[in-house]
Ligand binder design. Structure first.
Ligand SMILES: CC(C)(COP(=O)(O)OP(=O)(O)OC[C@H]1O[C@@H](n2cnc3c(N)ncnc32)[C@H](O)[C@@H]1OP(=O)(O)O)[C@@H](O)C(=O)NCCC(=O)NCCS
Length: 382
């Protein structure tokens, strides 16, 4: 039995599942109800009625903006989209060196160059300013790295476009149609935050050390990149491709599950009902319609039934990644940019969490149970 330094025995579940590690006013996920919220509002209601900037403001300021604050915030964040020249100039080299690892890995390098001071050394206003600058820079960096990786010139951000429209513009060099912009915006809003997920917790651990905002975000980006977290949407779509046709669904899925593999886009550490993001994104996908959407709905139906049969009692349903992949494909986003697009939204949630954590001076420092050979052993002679 492990003990705290005070001698108190302590056991926590594997993966810290369900362990409360701090208080937060930013939001929560209620997995049994299939509900999550940002501040006091349903995240899905926000995605259905508000802009990305409104939700960003809500996460940073604790309230939704009125008309004057909205205009002011939009202008302020749009102006921050332009990268400092020394960072912009470094991007071609980052893209070249990161040709295999891709834009999300390159983002980690670029963020580190933004040059913020440790949160420990600055006041709350300065921290918020740094966090705004970091969030605003992320879409510019990701889209520039993507384009540079294809031998294309980066597209400069436009101040007159809202966040989602500007993101798509910087990616493709032309304005997307309003239905696609809104679909992407709703996806972005729905993924801004999601309780104490791995990347959010990671960012908060680093913030608790007093490190700068970029260091915290780099750590979060690394956690997000794993396939069990944010790395799944393109894999979910790859799964649809690999299955190919409806008559192959059952055999393909059974073969994978019986071989002990996981089906990407299904299952969630917290939800034991349908993921509300999945429900919203399925609706968006169905509003576009087409063979890919019909096939995805059929795969969802069959996979849920097969998982219920082969993994009884686990309540495995589609998670956000399954229909996120479908919606992004319908909106013309390249697969390589699926997880980076997730990141372009989640950076706002990470930042709000990092700011909240930075107000708490207690460093996060859990313990591990030592299970190696008995100690101390004599050190062998060299
Ligand atoms: C998201 C995920 C990591 C959650 O994992 P978790 O909470 O640790 O779930 P568990 O590992 O406790 O899984 C419970 C059981 O369901 C199975 N399971 C979970 N997700 C599964 C999936 N997608 N396909 C097949 N089986 C799955 C597990 O193998 C386990 O089976 P067991 O009890 O026989 O060992 C997991 O569902 C997964 O790997 N999904 C695929 C990747 C994905 O879509 N990631 C995006 C997350 S938003």
């Amino acid at each position: 039995m492990p003990t705290l330094t005070s001698g108190t025995p302590l056991e926590v579940p594997r993966g810290l599942a369900g362990v409360v590690v701090t208080d937060t006013a930013l939001g929560d996920v209620r997995g049994r109800e299939g509900f999550y919220h940002y501040r006091q509002y349903s995240a899905i209601d926000l995605a259905q009625t508000r802009s990305f900037e409104d939700v960003w403001y809500l996460m940073f300021r604790g309230e939704l903006p009125g008309p004057a604050a909205r205009a002011d915030f939009a202008a302020r964040t749009a102006a921050l989209r332009r990268l400092p020249p020394e960072v912009r100039d470094a991007l071609p080299a980052i893209a070249r060196a990161g040709a295999v690892s891709g834009p999300l890995a390159g983002l980690r390098t670029a963020l580190s160059l933004l040059g913020f001071r440790p949160v420990y050394d600055i006041d709350g206003d300065r921290r918020r300013g740094d966090a705004l600058a970091a969030c605003a820079a992320v879409p510019t960096v990701l889209t520039a790295l993507y384009r540079l990786g294809r031998g294309l010139e980066p597209v400069e951000p436009r101040d007159d476009l809202p966040y989602a429209a500007n993101y798509l513009y910087m990616l493709t060099g032309s304005e997307a149609d309003p239905a696609r912009v809104r679909a992407v915006e709703q996806y972005l809003i729905s993924t801004v935050d999601h309780g104490f997920n791995a990347s959010t917790f990671t960012g908060r651990v680093v913030a608790s050390t007093g490190a700068d905002i970029a260091a915290c975000l780099v750590a979060s980006v690394g956690a997000l990149s794993g396939p069990l977290h944010g790395g799944a949407p393109s894999r979910a779509l790859d799964t649809l491709d690999a299955i190919g046709t409806p008559d192959r669904i059952d055999g393909w899925i059974r073969g994978r599950v019986l071989a002990g593999e996981r089906i990407m886009g299904f299952g969630h550490p917290v939800y034991r009902t349908e993921d509300p993001r999945s429900r919203m994104l399925r609706g968006i996908a169905q509003s576009f319609g087409g063979p890919l959407v019909d096939f995805a709905v059929e795969v969802e139906r069959r996979v849920e039934a097969i998982l219920a049969e082969l993994k009884p009692g686990r309540e495995l349903h589609t998670n956000v990644e399954f229909y996120a992949g479908v919606v992004m494909e319908l909106c013309g986003l390249p697969r390589e940019m699926f997880t980076p697009t997730f990141c372009a939204a989640r950076v706002v949630g990470w930042s709000a969490n990092i700011l909240e954590q930075a107000d708490d001076s207690k460093i996060i420092r859990p313990a591990a149970r030592y299970v190696g050979p008995p100690t101390p052993q004599p050190v062998p002679a060299p």
